[in-house]
Ligand binder design. Structure first.
Ligand code: GLY
Length: 292
């Protein structure tokens, strides 16, 4: 997004949503909570905020539905949970967390994932909960200009969080509605462990946003962690190297990274990326565009 494509009201709303999610996650950590709790809380807040492409406010599929993907990963244990194509679960990140903690599998999809949710006491919502007029307008615009599909100017809006807790453990969570107009059961990088989401206390935690197809092909989140672990790259160097590979494939996007020592990166190859960062020293940053 650029300053030309977001008006003042939208900028203010996105900044407020980012700050609320950041503060929710920070409060968990300040209370001595775990990184996995912090990222779950932060992403849940963004899912409930209609300005972001996850949960309420998710983009529409070609057929006018909302199909939601999410994942979580705990760097201490490298346990992970993910769901794809859910349509009736208000907070897909919480369902992914339940998959991680209560199920025998890592990745569930569609009706089966919804069955698992109901079996574990997560009540369904009316699918209308997710719909917003702005996302419907975007679908109609896309259908009117089908050549714009996968255009680099498309706004993605996937949400994610990474955290490092007082014990030095890291975690990552990502949630998305995917791409406007997606069809054929398309699943992007966000719920794929190693592509859009990864966490490993030996390296760091990573959550990605952007053109999912290229992030999948790059194995982006795991590749960033592998570079940090095996080559000694800093978080930022690893992030930029992998975004460079994705760029060479024709993809764009961004990543957020945190390491067990508290090093961070918020790197992106798009004109802007909704982002926010805080730490226990009092640093507190909310930004959208390249210059803030
Ligand atoms: N990066 C989100 C997606 O491609 O679905």
């Amino acid at each position: 997004m650029t300053r030309d494509t977001l008006d003042a009201a939208a900028i203010a709303a996105h900044r407020a949503g980012l700050a609320a999610a950041l503060d929710a996650g920070r409060a968990v950590l300040a209370d001595g909570g775990s990184a996995i709790d912090a990222v779950t809380v932060a992403v849940s807040a963004l899912e409930d905020d209609p300005h972001f492409n996850a949960g309420r406010g998710a983009v529409f599929t070609y057929h006018g539905t909302n199909e939601l993907d999410a994942a979580v990963m705990d760097g201490q244990t490298r346990r992970a949970g993910a769901v794809a194509g859910v349509t009736r679960t208000r907070n897909p990140v919480q369902l992914a967390r339940t998959v991680m903690e209560a199920g025998p599998h890592v990745f569930l999809s569609g009706a089966g994932a919804e069955d698992f949710a109901r079996d574990h006491g997560i009540a369904p919502v009316d699918p209308a909960w997710f719909a917003t007029p702005e996302r419907l307008r975007q679908l109609e615009e896309l259908k009117a200009h089908p050549q714009a599909w996968f255009d680099a100017d498309m706004k993605y809006g996937t949400v994610g969080a990474v955290a490092r807790d007082a014990a030095g453990h890291v975690a990552a969570a990502t949630s998305t509605g995917g791409l406007t107009g997606k069809r054929w059961g398309r699943i992007g990088d966000s719920p794929l462990i190693g592509a859009g989401t990864y966490a490993d206390d030996r390296a760091g935690a990573v959550s990605c946003t952007g053109s999912g197809e290229q992030f999948i092909r790059a194995g982006a989140a795991h590749e960033i962690c592998a570079r940090m672990r095996l080559t000694g790259d800093s978080a930022d160097r690893a992030a930029r190297a992998v975004l460079g590979e994705i760029g060479a494939m024709g993809g764009v996007g961004g990543v957020i990274v945190v390491t067990p020592t508290g090093e961070t990166s918020m790197a992106f190859t798009t004109p802007g990326m909704f982002r926010a960062r805080a730490d226990s020293t009092g640093a507190h940053e909310v930004a959208i565009f390249g210059d803030g």
